[in-house]
Design a protein around this ligand. Structure first.
Ligand code: HEC
Length: 165
């Protein structure tokens, strides 16, 4: 009987240990996820790159803009080059979402596509300027690139808000 009680107590301890361990794990996991999103670690970066939905593409663009910015300050030309390359070759928005965008923008889809082309072309220019280590050229192209992001947002973001889920 004594040993039975001991066994129960023991199991009780095991069970409670187990449950604290579990909650520890979940907290650890969620904080890991937060950190990796914050630091745009490779794991998250890859995930976002593989998605062809508009919002993940946008967050990827933002992460790469930040990389270019960082590369400018620390004069890391390969960093600027590769981030600009990723912007220039960003995934196409998937056909279903593109359809929704077209439906909502009507004729203005042409302007939407045009601004996206500007983003593409400026990113290519930044990539080339980085390979030639031309800092002032990088800066002026970066400026135009950033204006293009904001230009599209100003014109179309509110018109598409909540329509692309
Ligand atoms: C051709 C149009 C277009 C261009 C160019 C564009 N975006 Fe966007 N972006 C959008 C739209 C539309 C949304 C809103 C999507 C939604 O709310 O579902 C958006 C949303 C975003 C968001 C999410 C903001 C939020 O409130 O959650 C970020 C970040 C972003 N864009 C970054 C960028 C960056 C960086 C660039 C330039 C390198 C860029 N975008 C260029 C159309 C564009």
């Amino acid at each position: 009987m004594k040993s039975l009680i001991t066994a129960f107590v023991f199991i009780g301890i095991l069970v409670s240990c187990n449950s604290t361990d579990k909650s520890k794990n979940t907290t650890q996991k969620s904080s890991e996820i937060e950190t990796s999103i914050d630091s745009t670690s490779n794991k998250v970066t890859k995930q976002l790159t593989e998605s062809d939905e508009l919002l993940p593409i946008m967050y990827r663009l933002m992460a790469d803009m930040n990389q270019i910015n960082e590369g400018i300050f620390i004069e890391n030309y390969p960093m600027i080059d590769s981030a600009a390359y990723r912007i220039a070759t960003h995934l196409k928005i998937n056909p279903a979402q593109m359809q929704t965008i077209k439906k909502n923008l009507g004729e203005d889809i042409q302007e939407f596509v045009r601004i996206d082309m500007v983003v593409h072309d400026r990113a290519v220019s930044i990539s080339e300027a980085a390979q030639q280590k031309k800092m002032s050229e990088i800066l002026s192209q970066y400026d135009i690139l950033q204006q293009s992001c904001v230009n599209c947002h100003n014109q179309f973001r509110s018109r598409l808000r909540g329509k692309l889920q």
